[in-house]
Design a protein around this ligand. Structure first.
Ligand code: NAD
Length: 339
């Protein structure tokens, strides 16, 4: 069993913890919290040993009835690998801790590529992550872009990608972030950072991205144009999308045409936390004009990177060397069913 620690049990960390627990070949040996909270109480319910970043807060945890197993350093001693789920920028400051403990570490997309020197997407570069000590799983938007661009590139060849990202303002539980009533260009300059971030995984892709933030919490929406090298039909493209195990086609018969309806649908499917782990490509939007492919895809910011973290763990531990085997193991353990 691969022993996994989660440093930073928040939006991403708690989901990765549950996804790891669902796998047959890995287990959670501990999660870290900075202060007693609703999430810490759930971690107790789930049976995850809780370690704390600041031992000075031990009494506050005891007062809340949360048993403390030790410090983050204690947790790292027990782990083969740590998934850093701390807020963007904080993760980098933990690097010295991981180096000192001699533990493998995975950072999230809020950190720069340089923190690990390797950016990961299971379908794109799993094999290059085998045996590595440090890996960064790219952000939710970059993950969604990499999956579909890689699939189109493998099948038909990609000349160039132009994409507009309409980003959620905040995660649903976040009460202090906006916008409440504005469309914010983020950034007002072009390109946004997403294209260069895709290039950390797929360096040969010609991609330009633009991004804005809108007052919603549900998901991001991408409007994507990909110029393909081959003349292909809409059906050819749909066949590739349909056969991809991390792309879901939102079927026209559902009449879903928004992130809100898609989120509700996924919740009704019984997915934990109503998580959409795959890209939600709206089948009705998929269209070819000459060699240009157009479509909309919804990306559930809290979910798509979770399963990528699980595959990154397997690759770095070097136990499963075939990407498709790991991806299948991960998906099956999550009881992933098609949209
Ligand atoms: P979050 O704020 O929901 O959770 C972070 C957790 O880390 C909190 O529980 C916080 O208490 C804890 N923490 C803070 N400082 C710590 C420290 N020094 N040691 C241990 N724990 C500490 O953040 P998040 O949204 O889960 O983001 C985590 C990372 O994942 C970031 O890099 C972010 O960019 C990336 N990411 C987030 C999303 C998303 O939509 N939320 C999507 C993809 C990637």
């Amino acid at each position: 069993m691969i022993k996994v620690a989660i440093n930073g049990y928040g939006t991403i960390g708690k989901r990765v913890a549950d996804a790891v627990s669902a796998q047959k070949d890995m287990e959670i040996i501990g999660v870290s919290k900075t202060k007693p909270s609703a999430e810490a109480l759930i971690a107790v319910q789930r049976g995850y040993p809780i370690y704390i970043a600041d031992m000075g807060k031990k009494d506050a945890f005891a007062k809340a009835g949360i048993p403390v197993a030790g410090s983050v350093e204690d947790m790292l001693k027990k782990a083969d690998i740590v998934v850093d789920g701390t807020p963007g920028g904080v993760g980098e400051s933990n690097k010295a801790l991981y180096e000192k403990a001699g533990v493998k570490a995975i950072w999230q997309g809020g950190e720069d590529h340089e923190v690990a020197g390797f950016s990961f997407n299971a379908h794109a570069n799993y094999k290059d992550a085998i045996g590595r000590q440090f890996v960064r799983v790219v952000s939710c938007n970059t993950t969604g872009l990499c999956r579909v661009i890689k699939a189109m590139d493998d099948a038909f060849g990609v000349v160039k990608v132009r994409a507009v990202m309409v980003r959620r303002g905040a995660d649903p539980h976040v009460v202090k972030k906006g916008p409440i009533d504005a469309v914010v260009l983020d950034p007002p300059t072009i390109p946004s950072h997403h294209g260069p971030d895709v290039n950390t995984v797929l360096p040969h892709i010609d991609i330009v991205t633009m991004a804005m933030i809108v007052p919603t919490t549900q998901m991001h929406m991408h409007a994507i144009t990909i110029e393909l090298k081959k003349e292909v039909s809409r059906d050819d493209v749909l066949a590739v999308m349909r056969s991809h195990n991390r792309i879901g086609l939102v079927q026209p018969k559902t009449a879903i045409k928004s992130t809100a309806e898609l989120k509700e649908y996924v919740m009704d499917m019984g997915r934990p936390r109503s998580d959409l782990w795959e890209n939600g490509i709206f089948e009705a939007s998929v269209n070819m004009v000459g060699r240009e492919l157009f479509f909309f895809q919804a990306i559930h910011q809290e979910a798509d990177v979770v399963i990528e973290n699980v595959d990154a763990i397997r690759a770095m531990m070097g136990i499963v060397t075939d990407p498709e085997t790991s991806i299948r193991m991960t998906n099956e353990a999550m009881q992933f069913t098609a949209l």
